[in-house]
Design a protein around this ligand. Sequence first.
Ligand code: PXP
Length: 234
Amino acid sequence: MALLGVNIDHIATLREARQGIEPEPIYAASVAEQNGADQITIHLREDRRHIQDRDLKILKKTIQTKLNLEMAATNEMVKIASDIKPDTVTLVPEKREELTTEGGLNLSEVHRNAISSLKKAGIEVSVFIEPDLEMIELAKDLDADAVEIHTGRYANLKKESEIQAEVEKINNAAILTEKLGMRVVAGHGLNYHNTQRLVELNIFEEFNIGHSIISRAVFSGLAEAVLTMKLIVE
Ligand code: PXP
């Protein structure tokens, strides 16, 4: 059985739209945990567009499962993570102008120090990379504990033959990751239609899913929210 990490960034996106106090990501984390989430994932971006430093600090104290912090491998972020000590740090690429993480990390020697510092602070280090065998070998060489395979390309494909080829690529990447003794994780763009196929590969230990869960929550909650307000104004 695979573990589910729920990414709550977009609860914070909604809060930041008004720069107010609701919806509260801490409450979202609690609801997710009470309903089976095995991990809460957040991305503290350099531009702080959604998750804020205070969210990270409070979640570290309140989470009952595990906290997975996605971040760029900058000195600022390595310092923040080493102070707060989430259970896992997932190193991701970050560009200011992007809407979301657009591709896997282009791992190189420059990541060795960040990985080593985070591990010294007692944090598990995962790297978010494309299903590319050379990158996976490099992740091992850089001493990563886990690999999160970027499933964004798979999620965007429409043609069955292309989907099949990408699933095979993902499967081969996952097999190599496991063989090299790293934890095998998948994430990005996974939704209620495309996740099952990857679950059936029976190789992923964990899935990190955000946008589709928060999107669905809008509609599973909207009717109740309108009815409750209607009762107030009547
Ligand atoms: N995993 C990583 C490393 C990510 O950067 C993201 C997006 O923040 C996710 C998983 C979740 O992706 P989505 O919101 O598309 O489910």
